[in-house]
Write a protein of this length. Structure first.
Length: 133
């Protein structure tokens, strides 16, 4: 159960509806997911988060599928069930195969395992890995 009221389109203020309309137009969908409905309790935060997300997830040096896969990795590590489902669906829509998902999960698991070992052993960083400014 949500800790805040989910703001449905028909109950939204004009300011929130404008963001909802942009989300639907940009994503070419006809519905608003619960993440945005929860953020709508703070219209300024909703708008800021949507504008930033839209900019960051747009095509750039990394293609949108890679960005979704990174989002899956971070969401898995942070144990965010909602984000895992949301971004897995988005990655599949952008062409991620089941084989890619399985390989991604293997990489996520290995990275988390070795990260914890490095942290536990307090391994010093090799000088060759350091970038000189």
């Amino acid at each position: 159960m949500a800790t805040v009221k989910l703001i449905e389109y028909e109950d939204a203020s004009p300011e929130v509806r404008a963001v909802y309309d942009d989300i639907m137009r940009t994503r070419q969908i006809d519905w608003i997911n619960n993440f945005w409905k929860s953020l709508a309790n703070d219209p300024k935060s909703l708008k800021r988060t949507w504008e930033t997300l839209k900019e960051i997830m747009a095509p750039g040096a990394l293609d949108p599928l890679v960005k979704e896969m990174i989002y899956i990795a971070v969401s898995t590590t942070n144990n965010c069930e909602y984000c895992i489902h949301s971004h897995t669906a988005a990655a599949r829509a952008k062409g991620m195969s089941e084989e890619m998902l399985m390989e991604l999960m293997a990489v996520i698991g290995m990275a988390n395992e070795t990260n914890r070992q490095v942290i536990g052993f307090q391994v010093p960083v090799d000088d060759v890995f350091k970038v000189e400014s």
